[in-house]
Design a protein around this ligand. Sequence first.
Ligand code: WT7
Length: 638
Amino acid sequence: MNLQVSSFEDYKKTYDYSVKEPEKFWAEIAENFQWKKKWDTVLNWNFKEPAIKWFEGAKLNITENCLDRHLDTIGDKPAIIWEPNDPEESHRVLTYKQLHDKVCQFAVVLKNNGIQKGDRICIYMPMIPELAIAVLACARIGAIHSVVFGGFSAQSIADRIQDASCNLVITADGGFRGGKDIPLKSVIDDALVQCPSVKKVIVVTRSRTPVSMIKGRDVWWEDEIKKVETMGNPECPAEEMDAEDMLFILYTSGSTGKPKGVVHTCGGYMVYTGYTFSNVFQYQPGEIYFCTADIGWITGHSYIVYGPLSQGATTVLFEGVPTWPNASRFWDIVEKHKVNILYTAPTAIRSLMGFGLDPLKGKDLSSLKKLGSVGEPINEEAWHWFDEHIGNKECPIVDTWWQTETGGIMISPIADVTPTKPGYATLPLPGIQPILVDENGKELEGNDVSGNLCIKFPWPGMLRTTYGDHERCRTTYFATYENLYFTGDGCLRDADGYYRITGRVDDVLNVSGHRIGTAEVENAINMHSSVVESAVVGFPHDIKGQGVYAYVVCPEHHSDEELTRKDIIMTVSRIIGPIAKPDKIQFVSGLPKTRSGKIMRRILRKIAEGDTSNLGDTSTLLDPGVVDEIKIGSEKMK
Ligand code: WT7
């Protein structure tokens, strides 16, 4: 079966087939990939344990699909176009042949440093080609990568390294993002104080920031490559992997506890990301595709690296940020590399909208054919701005809903196929069976309903477990509603059967498209020496979508409230990372609690949203007076 549907009629036909004959459907999709050995069984599953196995018995290596199989046909075509942070620096192009060679070379470096199949490797790098090379080199030899986004602190990295007992870290001396130099190696040095499992650190040169290199532990990427060259660049055949062998771990926040390591496996993830990339964007050979995400998040894994490369696409990798050195940066990249497909986030669109139309003046965006959005609900104003000013009303916008756990896009228009509607992720992709349920798990049938979004049948890209703690995977995703995968999102299905995601229904915030657990931020705030307790909720933020609002009980703020606020922010930055910093901190004398001691978050959310007219029933509160105090305090903060 062709990966791409050809019309809306074809979509409907394919969708029906995928629901009636899911195993046949996915087997036919999987035929489009290169397997060392085909599967014995397409699917084996139950959502109870859960135990989900796709393509059991099959053997493959995802890098053969991303690299080797393209060498004869498009070996000299660009695989990666790298655009540096600073527009004055030259860009780099890696053809499929060059990328293949570099991946093999670095895979040998990993082996030379004692890495074997199944070892876990932490990657903490800036957005440079070496990051993609490191990821693919791990996959080449069957090592499991765990990429940590550059905005996380030493403590967060240490937690992740310990959770997976990583043996090796790959990092850079430093990285550039906008006007900032980020001292990556120094952060790693701080993290490693707590990580005895790490025996080696490989450091690539990027910023030339002075770094400490510890004898016996730290080696330079460039020196290790030279050693491989003196070995005569030995071949690095791709390790034969079982379809259900782990490919990578990626940590993500939930409503409780520390981040969980979401596990994806080789076969299903390859099929799902390749399929959805090809179909949703209707990728045509030769098109230049630019996803503005960071490889530190799932969007980068699935739609900068694995999905596009398995489809022989040209993927643009951008080191910088949309607003530096000015708000034309994205548009200059589109013009310079003649980008045809632009996949970005609502938060970036909103932030660029704020600069008006001047940054667009004289920019040639005529190469653009298709646009995409991901990470959070896109508000109508941003949708229309994207449509009119970037797409010139001629480009379909695919509003793609999915999650770290789903591996790839789940509910989304298919470019030029599905009629779009602002604010709507529209319809499920073939193979995806969403259902809406009420709090009791009762299915809400028909249209014009809203409830909690679940998925009732497995798909190849879904998570298999959470690393080292399968029970946590079960309770988080499969125990809320029997026999359903629960997404944590609220959703409505309108009269046309179109889906609109309304946001998280749990205690998870979505700040600039990044998932942040409120419990995690509270724990970090509570580490500050004068804080007694705290409660964190989200509030509507013009650019970030949601901001972090913290109510903090801190009886002794040493008379200098402002300084204490800064100290608390610094504490959160240290414990989690700058991405989780509270936008607002309100000091309160107590939190609204029920008699059983539960914090009434509903009330705190309403106050943070500025909607204090109807706080609902507060009579069950231990101390109803505290609500009035908080209300008055929050009004003063505006
Ligand atoms: C959460 C997942 C998917 C990659 C980036 C985020 C929200 C994501 C949309 C969208 C409305 C969206 C959901 C989801 N979300 N895409 N198109 N419309 N909401 O991955 O960090 O795992 O976050 O992001 O709330 O549950 P993530």
